[in-house]
Design a protein around this ligand. Structure first.
Ligand SMILES: C[S@@+](CC[C@H](N)C(=O)[O-])C[C@H]1O[C@@H](n2cnc3c(N)ncnc32)[C@H](O)[C@@H]1O
Length: 236
């Protein structure tokens, strides 16, 4: 098992761009981000959000909310009694998301903030559900368990976590290798890189509730819902 984990970690590409570079990239892209992602990520992000099954009155956190498309849906789903919280490292994305929430008249229940999700600025066990689309794979390999540990800490026992991400689970197809080549060549732009989603959630102590595998132009994606155990015993 340990061998398998080590092998899995070693074939994930490293993140070579800094967080300052990531922030700068997303600040610049924020104005056109909706146009860039409409054909690809959005469909799978919406699918993952559907799997999370957000209910009225819940407190839900989105990590890496981007232009706020899904955060707006979350704010609508939780209703007046619930809360749609969000954290993103880019001030440009925060501004775009805020505008969208105001336009949809949902700002009263939405609380997007600026920050690095490696250290979540929330108390323990406050959220019913957490949503993360195309963001977990932006963290370097050693930081992924740290981010998942933080999600486990702020989720209530029994709380749900939905993650959509590029996946390395089925090995390196031609398309995946091409994409990884692009990631190595242009790490600031093709910044998402395929990771092991289900395995990472399991290793972090989540119980897997649902999983879908989907493809876009041959690129594999995992959509996984995990449940925070009632009495978490997480690896330190
Ligand atoms: C690929 S975009 C995905 C946006 C949105 N979730 C979607 O599916 O359209 C990744 C988002 O994560 C944010 N991000 C990157 N690194 C982050 C970090 N360390 N902490 C919080 N947010 C981060 C970026 O600013 C960006 O908005």
């Amino acid at each position: 098992m340990k061998e398998e984990r080590r092998a899995a970690a070693s074939d994930i590409l490293p993140v070579t761009r800094t967080k300052t570079e990531a922030k700068r990239f997303y600040d610049r892209a924020s104005g056109i981000y909706d146009l860039l992602t409409r054909a690809f990520e959005r469909r799978f992000a919406e699918m993952a959000l559907e799997r999370l099954d957000v209910r009225e009155g819940e407190a839900v956190l989105e990590i890496g909310f981007g232009s706020g498309h899904c955060l707006t849906s979350i704010a609508r789903a939780v209703g007046r009694e619930g809360g749609a919280h969000g954290i993103d490292i880019s001030g440009g994305m925060l501004a775009v998301a805020r505008k969208k929430l105001v336009r949809s008249e949902l700002e009263d229940r939405a609380h997007p903030v600026l920050g690095d999700a490696a250290r979540l600025p929330y108390r323990d066990s406050v959220f019913d559900a957490i949503f993360m689309s195309y963001t977990l794979e932006l963290f370097d390999t050693a930081e992924i368990p740290q981010v998942l540990k933080e999600t486990g800490r702020v989720l209530k026992p029994g709380g749900r976590l939905a993650v959509a991400s590029l996946s390395r689970e089925d090995g390196a197809s031609l398309m995946l290798r091409l994409y990884e080549w692009a990631h190595v060549r242009w790490p600031k732009y093709a910044d998402c890189r395929p990771i092991y989603v289900e395995r990472s959630l399991r290793d972090a102590g989540f119980e897997i509730q649902a999983k879908d595998k989907v493809r876009w132009f041959g690129l594999p994606n995992e959509i996984v819902v995990g449940v925070n155990p009632e009495s978490p015993q997480r690896p330190h």
